[in-house]
Design a protein around this ligand. Structure first.
Ligand code: NAD
Length: 546
């Protein structure tokens, strides 16, 4: 398969910008700078794919080029299955990925169906074509570590040492997020190529296979109060217990290996080169071995907590996997959403992101300045935009992320649309978000862990979110199962809009980018969060029973 790169610039081959943008974003997800394993259509997050097969990929691209501006393409788990006449306000693409009926929603059944060629794992933004590389999670990770510092009574992470694992597509944001907060971090990954890639992209300062050398480097930096990130090649299930045994003074511990999928977590004793062959040979046995290793890994995390460290699950379901492996204390440390992020969700805040279809980084720098001018009071946002401008290496089409909330996002969308219309930006801009957002996900081990009213597993909310975004004029809308935490554990929705500079786009953007975060405020009002109620009242959200 030749390398895939999305087209750049203001000329399109599709018949509408909605279809052109979907095509470019599908291609961008598979750009070798963006995807972790593009040859297998794998974008990130274990086996999160952009299309079911190369034949399906070709058919999607061809169909998007032929799609009329009043037609909608339906994609079923990465395969284009139908084109229907709708209308101009309707999404150009509707996507459903990895959905299974409740009793069948297990990894073994999913894999059986996948092997029959009937489904694919879409993760969150892989199968919904709005992954923007490691930057996509960087601000969220940066904000989480800033909140950890505050919870420790510190202004920053200066003088602290964080231990984590998993330097993949999303986990690779952790080292830069810690150093942007002035801290020191040791990150463990079994795969040396992942650490090398993070160094190449400026997310990690250095890496080594020598644990003693890595520990000496991070302790010296911690003592000197200097920011530093060091990767170490090794299995977290061995390295974490070893560091605990040595009594290394670690202040914060988390993990972002792909624990949500036991076949994407490497058990102790399996060489990286034999990973895939071993997992394919006997998936059930591999799952058992990975869960056994995860019990060692999580037991060490609990051990660090017992020793006084701040420990949290970073959204990969490792506690549940360790529990399934037989470790009873797995849930003794919290997930990051209830611990640090929920107050943002109450305001409808979440990872708003946009991509310059021109391919010109200058377009992103112009939008950065526009956002800073739109929100002059938000000091944290200004600090983020400054640091991102300096430190973020663009992967694929230039993109930016920043967390914005209800009655904020549409202002940004309308401004970008004006900038496209006036020619200030060289081509249209794609505006979307992660599925990890305030109103678009039901995921009891992550986004909806420990909801105030106990509604963690109620999955009506992401369905309503997807339906509302479809009714409001989004360019493509997706509804997935199993992202982040694995099959059987989450239902979530995504939307993407296109600012092409037209008056019609402005009308759609205004509605979608108001309504979409509005569902996050609504969800938290319904669950009884006072701050969400205040936001709804202040910002005029209509909630019939409030
Ligand atoms: P990825 O598959 O790209 O990377 C996972 C990394 O873990 C790989 O580099 C792999 O080599 C490494 N790894 C696997 N087993 C290991 C072991 N035993 N010891 C050390 N390293 C090991 O996945 P990703 O996109 O980085 O996502 C990581 C996890 O985080 C997933 O479970 C994902 O669902 C979750 N996630 C969390 C958030 C969040 O906001 N917290 C967001 C997205 C994804």
């Amino acid at each position: 398969m030749p390398e895939i790169h999305a087209a750049r610039g203001a000329e399109r081959t599709a018949k509408s910008w909605g279809a052109e943008a979907a095509k470019r974003m599908l291609m961008n997800n598979l750009d070798p700078e963006v995807a972790e394993h593009p040859e297998d259509l794998v974008v990130y997050g274990g086996t999160g794919r952009a299309a079911r097969s190369w034949e399906a990929y070709d058919a999607i691209v061809r169909t998007l080029d032929e799609l009329e501006p009043d037609e909608t393409l339906l994609v079923q788990s990465g395969k284009p299955v139908g084109v229907f006449r709708t209308h101009e306000w309707a999404p150009r693409v509707l996507i459903a990925n990895s959905n299974l009926v409740g009793d069948w929603a297990t990894w073994p059944e999913f894999r059986r169906l996948e092997a029959l060629g009937l489904t694919m794992y879409g993760q969150m933004t892989a199968g919904s074509w709005i992954y923007i590389g490691t930057q996509g999670i960087l601000q969220g990770t940066y904000e989480t570590f800033a909140a950890v510092a505050r919870s420790l009574g510190r202004e920053s992470l200066a003088g602290t040492l964080t231990l984590t694992a998993g330097a993949g597509g999303m986990g690779g944001a952790q080292p830069l997020a810690v150093t942007m907060n002035d801290g020191v971090v040791l990150i463990v990954d079994v795969d040396q190529t992942r650490l090398a890639r993070r160094v190449e992209h400026g997310y990690l300062d250095e890496y080594t296979a020598d644990l003693d050398a890595a520990v000496a480097r991070v302790l010296a930096a911690k003592d000197a109060g200097e920011a530093l990130s060091v990767g170490v090649v090794g299995n977290a299930a061995e390295v974490f217990p070893e560091l605990l045994r040595r009594g290394v003074p670690i202040d914060i511990v988390t993990d972002q290996t792909s624990a949500h999928d036991p076949l994407a977590y490497l058990p102790i004793g399996v060489p990286v080169e034999q990973w895939k062959a071993e997992a394919d040979r006997d998936p059930e046995d591999f799952t058992r071995r990975s869960r056994t290793s995860m019990t060692e890994h999580v037991a060490a995390m609990v051990g660090f907590q017992d020793a006084g460290a701040a420990v949290f699950d970073y959204g990969n379901s490792i506690r549940r996997e360790a529990e399934l492996g037989g470790f009873e204390r797995a849930f003794e440390f919290p997930g990051f959403v209830p611990a640090y992020i929920r107050p943002q969700f109450e305001e409808g805040r979440g990872p708003f992101r946009w991509v310059a279809l021109s391919g010109d980084p200058e377009d992103i720098y112009k939008t950065d300045r526009a956002i800073a001018e739109l929100f002059p009071e938000d000091a944290a946002l200004h600090r983020w935009l400054e640091q991102a401008g300096e430190k973020v290496h663009f992967e694929g089409l230039p993109a930016r992320i920043c967390w914005l909330g209800y009655k904020e996002r549409h202002l940004a969308g309308l401004k970008f649309n004006e900038m496209v219309a006036s020619g200030e930006l060289k081509a249209p801009v794609v505006i979307g978000r992660d599925h990890l957002d305030s109103g678009s996900v039901a995921s009891p081990y992550r986004e909806t862990e420990a909801m105030k009213d106990g509604s963690d597993a109620i999955a009506d909310w992401p369905l309503l979110n997807a339906l509302l975004n479809t009714a409001s004029g989004a360019s493509w809308v997706s509804l997935h199962h199993g992202g982040g935490v694995g099959i059987g554990r989450s239902i979530h929705a995504g939307q993407v809009c296109v600012a092409d500079g037209t008056a019609l786009a402005a009308e759609k953007l205004e509605r979608v980018l108001t309504n979409d975060p509005g569902t996050g405020v609504m969800r938290h009002v319904d669950a009884g969060y006072e701050h969400a109620r205040d936001i709804a009242r202040e910002r005029g959200l209509k909630v019939p029973m409030l």
